[in-house]
Design a binder for this molecule. Structure first.
Ligand code: UD1
Ligand code: CA
Length: 474
């Protein structure tokens, strides 16, 4: 059976609301994540490497939750504490110690959970491109054939490394032979084991106890169960998946391949939802990003984390948005927006930097070389040129002149600045916080404002004068 290529949207691996009811808790998903990941050559555990905004383990957990209402079971071993922390309460961790192979990992789960579930999906944690539709196809195939196991395979041109699927003349799966055990003619088999299975739970719980260590490697191979089922006359089914879906992450090169494939899948889903991504090859969108129809994303743009972009907004080129909430009809040109929000009809850039806690209200304008941190720029206010707002609350209709800045930090602590509605801040004004500029007030060019300004008042100047000697730096 071959799977047809589907283009389900990136969020399709989110749990469907009816999963719990449809599955009635009969399928448990076991995610194998105890291995070391040596080939990553990284100090970070393999399953914690991020891919499009989420660690690999989270990709696996979301996939599991999309097909089963029950908690996924995550087998942990190497770096168990760090992996368990990443799993949190989204899965049930089972410690496998020592790690004696994939079969041994499933034994640990059977020990932990004496009553066999109806069905058990076993999959490696390092396959972030598997679709929930594929797992559902495996479940269906296993149920329909009353098979001991339905497994996912992939056909490649140059087989290497993976377990080979051995079929008899009639095409029935007889065994999986690992590369180290392959006879020369088996090495040429192009159908490979992807390491994603749906087992009959009762059968698996019994059969896994019969595994013996592989004589060459000393590990318990989960793959030995296939020959065991065939010998018992139980049906074994294999579904052939597509190569992209079966990308397994073993090295950083694989991770880059997975990123390219997932990026393409995510961008395509947004395009099909009506987001105008001009150049998908240079557009980097994380899995949880939301883009409204009729938004336009220009090249070299990164939409990261929980970023949301509203309708008719134009983002890019060359922009980086992380956890940015952008309303509709906004523009972000060649700018960076992190942990910040922009309301409808506002715009930023080129070369603006909205940092944590920046809130640009509706219709406001942030121009070039402007930086905003933990501040609100009120409705229809303008901050056109190289300015800095930190810990400031700016009202509506305010004009912030070129080079004006809030001096919010006195070297020890941060202080707030309040600029009320309809204020005009002259060019190069320094607002030494804490300070409030009252409604309708104006400051002259170069003013250094150290005291509150009453509403509708013009303040100017401040001659720089020596007030005391500074101690030399110690
Ligand atoms: C496995 C399969 C192979 C398949 C390949 C696909 C076996 C024996 N072989 O080989 O047929 O083609 O995957 O990628 O199953 N793990 C544990 N505990 C352990 C050992 C491994 O949890 O004691 C986990 C790893 O963290 C990993 C997964 O199991 O997520 C697979 O282990 P890995 O060592 O990568 O298996 P492969 O040699 O790739
Ligand atoms: Ca592997």
């Amino acid at each position: 059976m071959h799977l047809t290529q589907t283009d389900d949207p990136p969020l399709s691996n989110q749990p469907a609301r009816d999963v719990e009811r449809a599955d009635a808790g009969h399928t448990r998903v076991v995610i194998l994540a105890a291995g070391k990941g040596t080939r990553m050559k990284s100090s970070l555990p393999k399953v914690l490497h991020p891919l499009r905004g989420l660690p690999l383990i989270t990709h696996a957990i979301r996939l599991a939750r999309a097909v089963s209402g029950a908690q996924p079971i995550v087998v942990i071993g190497h770096d168990a504490e760090a992996v368990a922390a990443a799993v949190g309460d989204s899965g049930e961790c089972v410690l496998q110690s020592p790690q004696l192979g994939t079969g041994h990992a499933v034994m640990a789960v059977a020990d932990h959970l004496p009553a066999a579930p109806n069905r058990v999906i076993v999959m490696a944690a390092d396959m972030p491109l598997i679709r929930s539709a594929t797992l559902r196809a495996l479940i269906e195939e296993q149920s329909r054939a009353q098979a001991a196991v339905a497994l996912l395979s992939v056909i490649v041109d140059n087989p290497r490394g993976f377990g080979r699927i051995v079929r008899d003349a009639a095409g029935n799966v007889q065994a999986i032979v690992e590369q180290i055990d392959c006879a020369p003619e088996q090495l040429a088999i192009r159908e490979l084991n992807a390491s994603v299975y749906c087992f009959d739970g009762a059968w698996l719980w019994r059969a896994v106890r019969q595994l013996t260590p592989n004589p060459r490697k000393g590990e318990y191979f989960l793959t030995d169960l296939i020959a065991l089922a065939a010998r018992e006359g139980r049906a074994v089914r294999a579904i052939v998946g597509d190569a992209e879906e079966n990308i397994g992450v073993n090295t950083l090169a694989d991770l880059a391949d997975a990123d390219a494939a997932l990026r393409r899948r995510i961008n395509r889903a947004h395009l099909l939802n009506g987001a105008r991504i001009v150049d998908p090859l240079t557009t980097y969108v994380d899995v949880d990003v939301e883009i409204a129809a009729d938004a336009e994303i220009l090249p070299n743009t990164h939409l990261l984390g929980n970023t949301r972009v509203g309708a008719h907004s134009v983002i890019g080129p060359n922009s980086v948005l992380r956890n940015a909430i952008i309303g509709s009809h906004c523009a972000v040109r060649q700018s960076t927006v992190e942990d910040a929000r922009m309301d409808d009809y506002s715009d930023a850039g080129p070369y603006a930097h909205l940092r944590s806690g920046a809130h640009v209200r509706e219709g406001a304008h942030v121009g070039n070389y402007a930086e905003i941190k933990n501040s609100t720029l009120g409705p229809n206010s303008k901050m056109g040129h190289f300015s800095y707002l930190g810990d400031a609350t700016v009202g509506a209709g305010v004009n912030i002149g070129a080079g004006a800045i809030t001096c919010n930090y006195d070297g020890v602590s941060k202080h707030p600045t309040v600029i009320e509605d309809d204020v005009f801040i002259g060019s190069d004004t320094l607002l030494v916080a804490p300070v409030t500029v009252g409604r309708g007030a104006r400051t002259g060019a170069g003013a250094v404002v150290t005291r509150n300004v009453a509403p509708n008042t013009l303040v100017v100047g401040l001659p720089a004068r020596a007030i005391r000697a500074l101690k030399p730096e110690s």
